[in-house]
Design a protein around this ligand. Structure first.
Ligand SMILES: NC(=O)c1ccc[n+]([C@@H]2O[C@H](COP(=O)([O-])OP(=O)(O)OC[C@H]3O[C@@H](n4cnc5c(N)ncnc54)[C@H](O)[C@@H]3O)[C@@H](O)[C@H]2O)c1
Length: 298
């Protein structure tokens, strides 16, 4: 079907009114109204919904992990809530269910390789697939290079922040391969792109997360599995709770463009964006969610 151009119809007859609504063109002449639907195909075809997708989140009992679990559930995803202790995991599952969402919880210490295999298999068995893996669990250990505790803190940081991500990815991969929107999102940090004094174990591990993300994006790209990385800046969670409010405010005003700490939910939305079916051409990306910390010179 074809239709006369808008300009032609408006000038051809004073009786004819043209109303353009969305992509349809209505021509009204006296009492009759005709809809001329143009043949142009919809340009937007990709979905921005994670409804019914299965998302496994590590460290999901608090902070950004909890916010991510909630956000995905709010968007209709089925969420696998995992963290080190039973009580907080159950609490998040209960919160999600009470809000009308779908979730299942597992105790999972990400330094336990056997437990990772078990939990991933159980979750996939329960929901049938795993579409999205969000590697969020983290600890922050700051220690001077000549401190006697250095080696222990280095080992723990790498176990939790980096090695665990490789293990969850390896365990989840067969299930991700069953998905037509397979997404891995690794949570790094602005410490993955810069450094803070005494943070070398954390900073080195977070730089490693970015390297891991890029490498696996290349390795898994041909399979349509995307691997991306979110780098939060200063966010109000338990990890930063020991810093007093005045120091936080001073730091945020001096160092970030937005002049404030971020909220966990603001980071969760970045993670969600990476998981959308529509985000299928984004991979190997390293996204700061830092209120402009990294771009602010003065
Ligand atoms: N808060 C920040 O300012 C900030 C900034 C940059 C990056 N990050 C990163 O964001 C992620 C989330 O941190 P958060 O700020 O929400 O902190 P948080 O302390 O509120 O939450 C971290 C969660 O990880 C869990 N966890 C710790 N060790 C674990 C283990 N071995 N196995 C399983 N779960 C474990 C904790 O129990 C907790 O629920 C971490 O990877 C962290 O490094 C945080």
């Amino acid at each position: 079907m074809s239709y006369a151009p808008f300009e032609y119809l408006t000038t051809a007859s004073k009786n004819v009114q043209c109303l353009q609504r969305g992509r349809a063109l209505y021509v009204r002449n006296g009492a009759t109204a005709t809809l001329y639907a143009p043949q142009m195909p919809r340009i937007s075809k990709l979905s921005r919904s994670v409804k019914d997708r299965v998302a496994l989140v590590t460290g999901a009992a608090a902070g950004m992990g909890r916010a991510t679990a909630h956000l995905f559930a709010d968007e209709g995803a089925k969420v696998v809530v995992t963290d080190v202790s039973d009580g907080p995991v159950s609490a998040v599952v209960d919160e999600i269910m009470a809000a009308g969402g779908t979730a299942i919880g597992f105790v999972l210490d990400v330094t336990d390789a056997d437990r990772i295999e078990h939990v991933v298999a159980e979750a996939a068995n329960h929901f049938g697939v795993i579409d999205h893996l969000i590697n969020n669990a983290g600890v922050s250990r700051f220690v001077a290079i000549d401190d006697p505790r250095y080696e222990a803190q280095w080992t723990e940081s790498f176990e939790v922040l980096l090695t665990a991500q490789t293990r969850t990815i390896r365990a989840a991969l067969p299930h991700l391969r069953q998905s037509d929107a397979a997404r891995i999102v690794n949570i790094a940090s602005t410490e993955g792109l810069g450094a803070t004094r005494y943070g070398s174990p954390y900073t080195a591990a977070k730089h490693g997360v970015i390297g891991l993300t890029k490498s696996l994006a290349v390795e898994l790209g041909r399979e349509g599995i995307t691997v991306n990385c979110v780098c939060p800046g200063p966010i109000n969670t338990a990890m930063t709770a020991e810093i007093d409010e005045q120091s936080k405010a001073t730091y945020a005003k001096r160092r970030t463009a937005l002049g404030r700490y971020g909220d966990p939910e603001e980071v969760a939305h970045a993670t969600l964006n990476f998981c959308l079916p529509a985000s299928r051409y984004m991979t190997g990306a390293v996204l700061p969610v830092d209120g402009g910390l990294l771009i602010k010179n003065a």
